[in-house]
Each structure stands twice: as structure tokens, then as C-alpha cells.
Design a protein around this ligand. Structure first.
Ligand code: N01
Length: 538
């Protein structure tokens, strides 16, 4: 490493996490001659897709945006569907691991339980829960936003005689669910996908909903060998275009405000977005939809009418698509559905509105609400994650002066560029708090943030420096930027994991950078061009 020599056992970087972020960094850092190792608590590559094996699990970002931009990969890989299922994504990761020859530098079944910064030597001392030790100049955390599951502390879960499952711990040996009584609690992306599948095999299927999802039609497409959409000849341009799109895809908000159009034009625009499927009715709609209540309500009303037309029972209409808007449309994660609203017309399906009949406790036979005891063989608890920060905070990270990351963030998350923290030198994370994260297509974020980290490490190697740390004033300015974008929108008014409100007691604050990929990209670029002066280097 330039003028700095390190003992043989010391790594230039330890990467934690084998999803898109970690895999990209492993490949790139090795190509730049860094000594690097990747660890993950799972048994293979895939990150969140290693864990998400529940029936119906599929990505709701389209390919080819949802893959790496390296032509060596995409020229030799063809997807079967526009929105691939989780097994196909795991197959993709296996293919990438072979093509990029990643396995020799990966250690699995390794959960990082402690990481301490050694100020004397500017090195991270990292240990795993099974006693392995690593020493690395850089600690690169790619643990994603859903590494820590959330199960509400209902009384009696241990008393349930059936099988209780959190979907991201889906049993590897597939349970035989045919003819069983099954509950799904939660109507996030996971709950919606599970409901679509499990309602087809269960003798009785019950969905427990607290908040309606405002799901949009996915419009899945099956590809054939001959018809891969878009054609591969368009890929290079398409990958290039991701940086100009708010969500890191290839589309942007319609550059008009809702009421600039006549009612007829508006209906036409909405209809077109609707027919396109994907996230177009959310992230390609009128540019004021996420910012003004009237525009937001107009979009909600269109959604509500479309959905109600698919639900014959007025009682179910009122729960699934209420007359009064339940929250700002699009300010809580929207799912893409495939026949979700039709399942409620099946005789074996019930919907429980837990706002009017809350869950009281779990009992031997199933779930007791204020109304009755529901009996089940299986309860799938799709209640989400201690999202965005939980995965980082569970690793016992200790920076300068013995400060724990949990203490640093106890009065609110502080980062620079959503990737670094003052007081925690040589530590960078991707797809975490105060970055576009959940609003950005995963591989786009993995590549842009990964490139920034690699440029930063190259810069350090060139200058012969060993320690890089976000300046407190840069961190403060970034926090202000994150808040500025969030509070100009309707997002902070809406309860969701974007604001940390899904976890009882968690601080309410914007966890995501809402400025969009183009603005974020400019911030990274300007930091790089300025010689990383927003960071103290020594
Ligand atoms: O989790 P969630 P998820 N009593 O937090 C309910 C990504 N993902 O696993 O809305 C009753 O969204 C909770 O209710 P409410 C994606 O980014 C992607 O579904 O808080 N209900 C909610 O309905 C996604 O956003 C894909 O009122 C309770 C549900 O549980 C993120 O992961 C697939 C409750 C939790 O929903 C997380 O999704 C899967 C309680 N005490 C996941 N506590 C794809 O790409 C919580 N709930 C398709």
C-alpha cells in the first residue's frame, strides 16, 4: 500500500455482507490490488436474497436495472422474468461468484459481533460470534437495511403449538403447507407476496392487516430466449442512465404538477402510468405527488377506485382501500402485486383489520384478537425489520475514545453522505441511513457508493495516509441536507420504517435521503473532486 507497509495478516479491508454492495466491493478492491476478505452470517452469496426464501419472494425492481452493469456478466446472463423470483436471484449470485471468482476470498457462517477501532495503529479489530478475529485497515459494512428482524413482543408466542415463522428465516426444508390453516401478519412487501401464494394452498388463510398497502400492479413479463426486454444492445445506455433517475432506474417523475393538467389529461396520464406497471404510478408520476396534499390525494383517489373495482365486498373495500386516505400515498413503501386483491374473493380467505380488532396475545391454538381466537397450523409473522439502522447497531461497533455507535446515534443518526461517521475512522457503509437506500434500486446504489469507497481508498494509498474520518461539520451539513429534502415532502407525516416508526421506542427521524440519485451522485462526485476534503486524513 504506497509508502505504508502492513503485517501479512492485516487486511486492507474486511467487507461485511455478501449482497450486491459487498460483492461489488470485493471484486473492485481485488482488481485494485487490495488484500480483502468478505464475511457474511449466511452460508452463501445473495445478501437479503439468501434469507428471503419465503413462497412468492421476488424482487420488485425490474431487470436489467436490478443487476451489475459489468458487460462480462450481462452478456452471459439472461433472466426469465422482468421481476425475477428469489431463487433466480440466488442463481444470479452464484453465477457472479463464479465469473468474478469470489469464493476464495469469502468466509460464510460468520456473524460480526464486535468491531473496535485501534487508534494507535489506525486499524479495526473485528471479531465474530464464533471467535474468529480479523484486523483490517478499513471496515466496509454492506449489511443492507433489513439485517435485523422485528417480531412484536406479543405475549404467548412460545405457547403456540403450531409453527411460528419470520419469513426471512424461512425453513430451508420447505414445509408442506397444503391444506393447512395459515396466518400472515403484516401487509408490507413480504406480507403481500406471501398472501398471494399461501392463499392458494391453505385450507384457511387469514391476513392480519394494520395498514393498507396501496399496492400497484406489477405487470410481470415472462421473457423468452428471443424476446429479452429491453434488448441487450440497449443495456450500456440504460446502465449509464441510472444516475439521472430519482430511483436509480431509467424513469423519472413527470415534469408537470398534478393540477397543471385538465381532469381529462390527468386521467389519461394516470391510466398510462397504471398500465405500465412497475413503480411508474409512484416514481414516474406528477412531480408534486409526494410534496403537496392535494396532488397526493388525487393520486390516492385514482388508486382507490382502481382497487375497489377488483373487490366486490364493500366491507373489504373499506379495509383494503379506505374512502379516507390512510396515509400520504407513496410515503410508505408501496408493493407491486400480482392478483393480491382478487384473493379476498376466495372462500378460504379472511381479512382481519387489527386496527379495529387488535391482536391481544398468542395462544396455544393461534392468535387471540379482541374479537375471537383464530386457530392456525402456521403463523407467518411478516412484521418487518428494525430497518436501516438495526443491522449496523447490532455489531458492537466501537470507534475512537471507546465510543459505541449506539451511543453516537442515541440522539439521532449522524453520518456524512450516508456512508461514514465522525469518530469512526476508516469505516464506511452502503445502503444504510441518510443515503438513497430504500428509494434507490439496490445495484445502482451498490455501484455508486462502492465506486466512491474505492476512489477514497485509492486516494489514501496515493497520499500515503492511514486514517480517514468524516469531519463533524461535514456530518452536520449532510444531516441538514437529509432533513431539508425529507421535510419538504409528505414523508415525515407518515408512519413507516423510512421514519423509524415501525419499531416501538425508536426515534422518529428521516432515515433515508430523499434528494434522489442524481443529487446524491453529485454530492459524491463533488467530494471526490475536492480530494475528499470533507474528511480529515492523516
Ligand atoms: O416489512 P414492513 P416487509 N401488529 O415493515 C405490520 C423490502 N422487501 O418485510 O404498516 C400488526 O414493510 C406492519 O403494519 P404497519 C421492501 O423494501 C422487498 O414487508 O406498520 N401488524 C406492516 O404491514 C420492504 O419495504 C421485497 O401498520 C404489524 C408489516 O407488519 C422491506 O423489505 C420483498 C405489527 C411489516 O411490513 C420490508 O418489508 C420483501 C403489529 N404489532 C421485502 N408490527 C421485494 O423486493 C408490524 N406490523 C418485493
Amino acid at each position: 500500500m504506497g509508502s505504508v507497509t502492513m503485517p501479512e495478516a492485516v487486511l486492507d479491508a474486511l467487507i461485511v455482507g455478501a449482497g450486491f454492495g459487498g460483492v461489488y466491493q470485493l471484486k473492485q478492491l481485488r482488481d485494485h490490488d487490495y488484500k480483502v476478505k468478505l464475511v457474511d452470517s449466511a452460508s452463501d452469496f445473495g445478501g437479503v436474497w439468501y434469507w428471503n426464501r419465503y413462497p412468492g419472494a421476488r424482487v420488485d425492481s425490474t431487470v436489467p436495472h436490478y443487476e451489475f452493469s459489468d458487460p462480462k456478466l450481462w452478456k452471459n446472463w439472461s433472466w426469465k422474468q422482468r421481476f425475477p423470483g428469489s431463487q433466480e436471484i440466488r442463481d444470479y449470485f452464484a453465477f457472479v461468484a463464479d465469473e468474478w471468482d469470489l469464493r476464495k476470498d469469502a468466509e460464510f457462517n460468520t456473524f460480526v459481533s464486535r468491531a473496535v477501532f485501534d487508534e494507535q495503529n489506525n486499524l479495526w479489530q473485528i471479531s465474530s460470534s464464533d471467535g474468529k478475529e480479523y484486523t483490517a485497515r478499513y471496515l466496509l459494512l454492506n449489511t443492507g437495511f433489513s439485517a435485523k428482524r422485528h417480531i412484536p413482543d406479543w405475549k404467548g408466542i412460545d405457547k403456540f403449538k403450531g409453527t411460528w415463522i419470520h419469513p426471512s428465516y424461512w425453513p430451508k426444508e420447505e414445509p408442506d403447507l397444503r391444506g393447512k390453516k395459515i396466518a400472515v401478519i403484516g401487509t408490507g412487501s413480504t406480507g403481500v407476496q406471501l398472501a398471494q401464494e399461501l392463499s392458494q394452498v391453505a385450507s384457511e388463510f387469514v391476513l392480519f392487516q394494520r395498514t393498507p398497502n396501496t399496492a400497484l400492479p406489477m405487470k410481470q413479463i415472462n421473457f423468452t430466449e428471443a424476446e429479452h426486454i429491453p434488448p441487450k444492445s440497449a443495456y450500456s445506455e440504460l446502465f449509464q442512465g441510472r444516475r439521472d433517475s430519482f430511483g436509480g432506474f431509467n424513469f423519472n417523475f413527470t415534469p408537470r404538477c398534478t393540477f397543471e393538467d385538465s381532469p381529462e389529461q390527468r386521467q389519461e396520464t394516470y391510466e398510462e402510468l397504471w398500465q405500465h406497471g412497475d413503480f411508474h404510478f409512484w416514481l414516474a408520476t406528477y412531480q408534486d405527488m409526494l410534496f403537496t396534499k392535494e396532488a397526493n390525494k388525487e393520486a390516492y383517489n385514482f388508486w382507490k377506485d382502481k382497487v375497489r373495482a377488483r373487490i366486490p365486498d364493500p366491507r373489504l373495500q373499506a379495509i383494503l382501500a379506505p374512502e379516507i386516505q390512510p396515509h400520504a400515498f407513496g410515503c410508505k413503501r408501496i408493493s407491486l402485486e400480482n392478483g393480491f386483491y382478487e384473493i379476498f374473493s376466495q372462500p378460504n380467505v379472511s381479512l382481519v383489520d387489527v386496527k379495529s380488532t387488535p391482536i391481544v396475545q398468542v395462544v396455544e391454538q393461534g392468535i387471540q384478537t379482541t374479537e375471537k381466537v383464530w386457530e392456525f397450523d402456521y403463523v407467518v409473522c411478516a412484521t418487518g425489520f428494525d430497518a436501516v439502522t438495526g443491522g449496523l447497531l447490532q455489531m458492537g461497533i466501537q470507534g475512537k475514545n471507546g465510543q459505541l455507535l449506539t451511543d453516537k446515534w442515541k440522539d439521532g443518526v449522524k453520518t456524512h453522505l450516508g456512508m461514514a461517521v465522525s469518530g469512526f475512522p476508516n469505516m464506511f457503509f452502503t445502503y444504510g441511513p441518510q443515503a438513497p437506500t430504500a428509494l434507490c434500486n439496490g445495484p445502482t446504489c451498490a455501484e455508486y457508493q462502492g465506486d466512491f469507497i474505492i476512489e477514497m481508498m485509492n486516494h489514501m494509498r496515493k497520499t500515503g495516509s492511514q486514517c480517514i474520518e468524516a469531519r463533524p461539520e461535514a456530518e452536520k451539513a449532510w444531516g441538514a441536507e437529509v432533513h431539508k429534502f425529507a421535510y419538504s415532502s409528505l414523508v415525515p407525516e407518515t408512519d413507516s420504517w423510512y421514519m423509524g416508526t415501525n419499531i416501538p421506542g425508536k426515534r422518529r427521524e428521516p432515515l433515508i435521503y430523499f434528494g434522489g440519485v442524481p443529487n446524491y451522485y453529485l454530492s459524491l462526485e463533488s467530494c471526490e473532486k475536492g480530494g475528499f476534503a470533507e474528511f480529515e486524513q492523516s
